[in-house]
Design a protein around this ligand. Structure first.
Ligand code: PLP
Length: 364
């Protein structure tokens, strides 16, 4: 047994820590923005039937081009998208990794705007792409001017936006995306992991794709689709981008079982997404109830809420954990993040938080 530091590991990985959201068995898990509703049983049966059929052919490699899955995802994405515009992988994390394998790498830079999704900088490190950062305003917004200033300062090869942003919930104006696109010759990625939770009718960055071959929208089935365990993410972009992805993916990266499960789930999109309105209602409830307990909340277009005014985030996190409830401490001073769960889970969280106390304003 030796230590990691003694191995001849790449210099840019020395001293890093891996992605580490705690995984604990608790009654109420509101820490990683999963959809906490199980998928409908009728859909589950259909998925099992598809898996059973796929198993009978499991001696063969799967369709390397996952053609049917790309067709299903294109139909879901809409906006004139065809299968030529779609790439998929084992979670959108792997999609983002493919993007940086193709467009980032040693000697190249990726620009992000913290606080943002922690995997963006971790994938930068694992692909040996330099992570450079731009500034958000005090309300976590990114103005077109701030995006342009960061692009002029760093001259990045790739830009990662997160819309809405995790962990703050902040929606993104399409003007910032188009301004950034016009200010760079690089790739602009919009991570829309939470797009389905946006207010009804709010335009997605998918509406910007026509005529912008360097724009990539990444999406996932992990959140709204309640499919986190299946590991299916995808991107929508110009077909040339998907050709770049083919250069870096491992052959047959999407297993026949993954493809079968995702195709079956997408055939039931309406039922799979039936809980999204409920979850949005619980998010809106958190936005109303947390201030009554003395906390501040940040507007959220996602399935979670970042709240501030917490005297001791670590103390509140531990006190909730003692009550079998886990939320997320992201190291933002005086802040915690909570996922909108079922009505019952949200109630249990709010009741426990009221008991635990710990809001700065209620202490003052
Ligand atoms: C949860 C999340 C993802 C999803 O990752 P998967 O690998 O698809 O499970 C991607 N981006 C952001 C910002 C997220 O919060």
């Amino acid at each position: 047994m030796t230590s990691l530091a003694e191995l001849p590991i790449r210099d840019n990985l020395r001293g890093l820590t891996p992605y580490g959201a705690p995984q604990k068995r608790v009654r109420v898990a509101l820490n990683v923005n999963e959809n906490t509703h199980p998928i409908p049983e009728a859909v589950a049966h259909d998925i099992v039937t598809s898996l059973a059929a796929a198993i009978l052919g499991i001696n063969r490699y799967p369709d390397r081009e996952f053609t049917t899955l790309r067709e299903s995802l294109a139909a879901y994405a809409g906006h004139g998208t065809t299968r030529e515009n779609i790439w998929a992988a084992n979670g959108s994390n792997e999609v983002l990794q493919h993007i940086l394998q193709a467009f980032g790498g040693p000697g190249r830079k990726v620009l992000g705007f913290p606080p943002t999704y922690s995997m963006h900088s971790i994938i930068a490190a694992s692909t040996h792409t330099e992570w450079v950062t731009g500034e958000r305003a005090a309300d976590y917004d990114i103005s077109p001017e701030a995006a342009i200033a960061a692009i002029e300062e760093h001259k990045p090869d790739v830009i990662f936006f997160c819309a809405p942003n995790n962990p703050t919930g902040t929606p993104m104006a399409l003007e910032t995306i188009t301004a950034a696109y016009d200010a760079t010759d690089g790739i602009v990625v919009v991570d829309e992991a939470y797009a389905e939770f946006a207010p009804t009718g709010e335009p997605t960055a998918l509406t910007l794709l026509a005529g912008r071959p360097r724009l990539i929208i990444s999406r996932t089935m992990s959140k709204a689709f309640a499919f986190a365990g299946a590991r299916v993410g995808y991107l929508v972009a110009d077909p040339a981008v998907t050709d770049a992805m083919r250069l870096v993916r491992l052959p047959y990266h999407l297993s026949a079982l993954t493809q079968a499960a995702a195709i079956a789930a997408l055939a039931h999109t309406g039922e799979m997404l039936s809980m999204v309105d409920d979850i949005k209602a619980q998010r809106d409830r958190l936005l109303v109830e947390l201030p009554k307990l003395g906390y501040t909340v940040w507007p959220s277009s996602a399935n979670f809420v970042l709240f501030g005014g917490v005297a001791s985030p670590h103390g509140v996190f531990e006190a909730l954990l003692e009550r079998d409830i886990i939320i997320r401490d992201l190291g933002i001073p005086h802040h915690l993040r909570v996922t909108a769960g079922t009505e019952e889970e949200t109630t249990l969280f709010l009741e426990a938080l009221a008991e635990v106390g710990g809001a700065v304003s209620s202490i003052d």
